[in-house]
Design a protein around this ligand. Sequence first.
Ligand SMILES: *Cc1c(COP(=O)(O)O)cnc(C)c1O
Length: 421
Amino acid sequence: MFDDIHAEADPTVWDAADPLAGFRARFSLDNAGVIYLDGNSLGRPPRSVQAAMRDIIDGQWPHSLIKGWDHWIDLPARAGDRLAGAALGARPGEVLVSDSTSVNLYKLAAAALAAAPPGRRVIVTDDDNFPTDRYVLQGVAEQYGGELRTVETDIDTGVDPQAVAEAVGGDTALVSLSHVAYRSGALADMTEITDVAHDAGALVLWDLCHSVGSVDVALRDCDVDLAVGCTYKHVNAGPGAPAFLYVREDLHDRLRQPIWGWFSQADQFDMDAGYRPQTGVGRFAVGTPGVVGVAGVLAATELIAEAGMPAIREKSMRLGEYAARLVAARLTPLGFTLASPADPLRRGGHLTVRHPQAWQISQAMREAGVIPDYRTPERIRLGFAPLYNGYTEVRDAIDRMAEIVSTEAHVAYPADPGRVT
Ligand SMILES: *Cc1c(COP(=O)(O)O)cnc(C)c1O
């Protein structure tokens, strides 16, 4: 696979032939000279997202005032439907844009525990899951008289389906994992692990934060029960953009989330005395949505739909594999090691390298016009965004890393990471 990709290839040839190359101009590129490899933490702004937000702020809000709610009220469901089809392999009516990932995770995990029989109180996750996932699941387990069981995971190669199979059983209510590991980029086997959970009689809840907009997700084909994810990473909907949740349609009636807000009430504006949740995915809403943010998610999703997830995933894998080959050829001799799976099919949209001075190197990279992400312990994440990153950028980024380390330019930077994100 990817036999044409090697460290000595000329990346300008691939950039010239890239079917997605035109999408770069659709982004706001104030700092076009910067090689931005951190779109897996916060995507660059698409112009259409900025325009959609401006339209709410400058057009719809001042003009429509309260009448604006006549159409804003449907926006979270419309954005959810669009995301369902364009990026999640889900059906209309199964996805809702709402709240943050952490809050959605809480709502769905709590709903799963509340619906499980008394003998099923265990939530299974892995010890390298994203911190908010581990904390939220720990809280839900405690609040619902359950137990959080953590599967040991290699932080570079990701969660092993066999280990999950050994952890689940007749006591398990829920298996909740991240699809793409935030540190290594390891891609979990959604099909196999979902089957493992189902064979044990448990529900499965996938966190898609690092996969949505990068890996083509097939929730329906994998028969996934529940999922959550954010939209400010590979979906490019802006800082703190609202998240989404997915609940497979046949589960809507069976599940009730713990926050009984008025936006999930049937006939919301009847202002009834008692709580009666809606029948559809709207029963997982809580309160008034942030309209500017949701409008941004819808516009960002349109851009992904236009490019198409198969093309995005294909280029993402090629960018990542090119980076991996360059790492092997130019960075390994300088003391770096690969801290991601070697197989491109087992990786999401980022590649992680390890070096004892990773923190200092990441600071020197920023100074040299390359923005990566630093992650403990001793790791640098390189995120690839197929809609605005090119192959030549990847080569230049790795070259600059090699230059920094071979000239020891990084040793001038503080060795102690402060509070970083
Ligand atoms: C980024 C990320 C989150 C973020 O959750 P928020 O509630 O948006 O802060 C959660 N889970 C994973 C796996 C992530 O990568």
